[in-house]
Design a protein around this ligand. Structure first.
Ligand code: SAH
Ligand code: SF4
Length: 377
């Protein structure tokens, strides 16, 4: 017997796509806009998983929706919870490919780190994701789907009935920030990432403001002004070196777009101010980029840009050609950065026990699962 075609999930779709799907059900054009906004609110404000509860939509239409579509989420392959509360999900996409999403709770915020691609085409020498072959770009729905899944799993939806008095006000949300710092180079999947950010930021839906969404890029310079114009989220730059010679080695895309071009694009990023700064990420590699001289050059380089500096202790992975800088060296480096007026620049590693840190995503899980398979043999 042939497999029935899989019903499409509406979760993660944008308004235009929802209107398209309603058109396939012969919903008259003049009704579509209203129906889309009803669906929008049920899906993105309430997080419902069943068409039956959508009480303001006619019963017949609800039944038809359920006949043709689902509200299914991405499949969870594994869910791990760290001793520090960090959670990591390995998710399976409909074609069997896998990506990772990480939730990092802190006292004043909850940050969700999402992926934009399966693997990455770039080959930064310190990054585990970079050792994987790119499999494909994620669709906008798959990017938004990571947020939906995380909100499900940490119980971050208000009550499912509109009359429910527990509607969570914005400030009580568990996921307050989203960072595109998972797998992949988001500016190489520009359109889908932009569409996903628009859905996430929609004030009648998920309502995660653009000021609380940060895109991290290795430096795809020509796309930076376009991102500022078309998406306008916060920006993080994976700098990691202050000299082109070294950055060519660590972040090979630098050969195409060197530090000067990158920083020019940063200076021109729209809307920068002391309240809206670019984050510069700098991974601490022992004996490679961690000297006090490097620190001084770093603050000189960024002097005229509204910037935050984020020092990331290198997260090792099997076979990595680097070590993390010694703690004393990180402190010396941080002191120079601090004295130049940048507050708390060292990012504390989270979720280390579950390999949830930057640059450790995906490969480790694949590896672990391979060893599980071995154990079963
Ligand atoms: N591709 C984008 C976003 C994903 S990587 C980018 O490169 O910016 C998110 C951050 O983790 C980047 O700053 C990246 O340089 C950093 N990173 C990658 N591997 C790392 C590792 N092993 N240890 C610490 N940080 C790492
Ligand atoms: Fe890709 Fe970013 Fe890793 Fe570089 S650091 S290989 S751009 S995911």
């Amino acid at each position: 017997m042939a497999d029935l075609p899989r019903k499409e999930s509406l979760v993660g779709l944008g308004r235009a796509e929802l209107a398209d799907r309603l058109a396939t059900l012969d919903v008259p054009e003049r009704q579509r806009r209203m129906r889309v906004s009803q669906l929008w609110s049920w899906i993105y404000v309430r997080g419902v998983t069943d068409f039956a509860v959508m009480t303001d939509i006619a019963k017949e239409l609800r039944a038809e929706l359920a006949d043709h579509f689902t509200l299914e989420r991405l499949d969870i392959v594994t869910e791990q919870v760290s001793v520090d509360g960090t959670r990591k999900w390995l998710l399976r996409l409909h074609d069997g490919k896998e990506v990772e999403t990480v939730y990092i709770p802190e006292s004043d915020r909850g940050t969700l780190c999402i992926s934009s691609q399966v693997g990455c085409t770039l080959t930064c020498s310190f990054c585990h994701t970079g050792t994987q072959r790119l499999v494909r770009n994620l669709s906008a729905a798959e990017i938004v789907g990571q947020i939906m899944l995380a909100r499900d799993r940490i119980g971050d939806w208000p009550g499912a009935v509109p009359s429910d008095p527990r509607g969570l006000p914005q400030g009580d949300r568990m996921i307050t920030n989203v960072v595109l710092m998972g797998m992949g180079e988001p500016l190489y999947n520009f359109d889908n990432v932009r569409d996903a950010c628009a859905i996430a930021a929609d004030g009648e839906g998920l309502s995660i403001s653009k000021r609380r969404i940060t895109l991290s890029t290795s430096g795809v310079v020509p796309e930076i002004p376009r991102w500022g114009e078309e998406a306008g989220t916060m920006l993080a730059i994976s700098l990691h070196a202050v000299r082109d010679e070294l950055r060519n080695e660590l972040v090979p895309i630098n050969k195409k777009w060197p530090i000067k071009d990158l920083l020019d694009a940063c200076r021109a990023y729209p809307g920068l101010s002391n309240a809206k700064r670019i984050t510069f990420e700098y991974v601490m590699l022992k004996g490679v980029n961690d000297s006090v001289e490097d620190a001084k050059a770093l603050v000189r380089l960024l002097a005229k840009i509204p910037a935050k500096i984020n020092l990331i202790p290198f997260n090792p992975w099997p076979g990595a050609p680097y070590e993390c800088s010694d703690w004393e060296q990180i402190e010396k480096f941080a002191e120079v950065v601090n004295r130049a007026g940048y507050a708390s620049p060292v990012r504390s590693p989270r979720g280390r026990d579950i390999m949830a840190a930057c640059g450790q995503l995906k490969s480790a899980s694949v590896k672990q699962r391979a060893s599980e398979r071995m154990a079963q043999m």
